[in-house]
Design a protein around this ligand. Structure first.
Ligand SMILES: [Zn+2]
Length: 83
């Protein structure tokens, strides 16, 4: 589940970068028909924000449900091993 979120986040970020590169090229070449690029960029932003929120809320111990430090291997509340 967490890995899936990371991959979606990465994919959305890459698409966002490519989209803005395409938008920049279009603007530099004098074309202001950028509605598609702006729409894709907005969708990517929403996906990125949702993934970041999901990651924040998924940093919880699977045993006791309390928030945990994602860098640690053991829950500071119940002492059980994470993942
Ligand atoms: Zn715990």
């Amino acid at each position: 589940m967490k890995k899936a979120i990371n991959w979606i986040l990465l994919a959305a970020f890459v698409v966002f970068c490519l989209d803005w590169a395409a938008l920049g090229v279009k603007l530099l070449s004098g074309s202001y028909d950028i509605l598609v690029e702006v729409s894709i960029g907005a969708v990517c932003w929403v996906v990125i924000i949702v993934c970041i929120l999901l990651r924040l809320f998924s940093n919880r111990c699977p045993h006791c449900g309390k928030p945990i430090d994602p860098a640690g291997n053991y829950c500071p509340h119940c002492g059980k091993k994470l993942n």
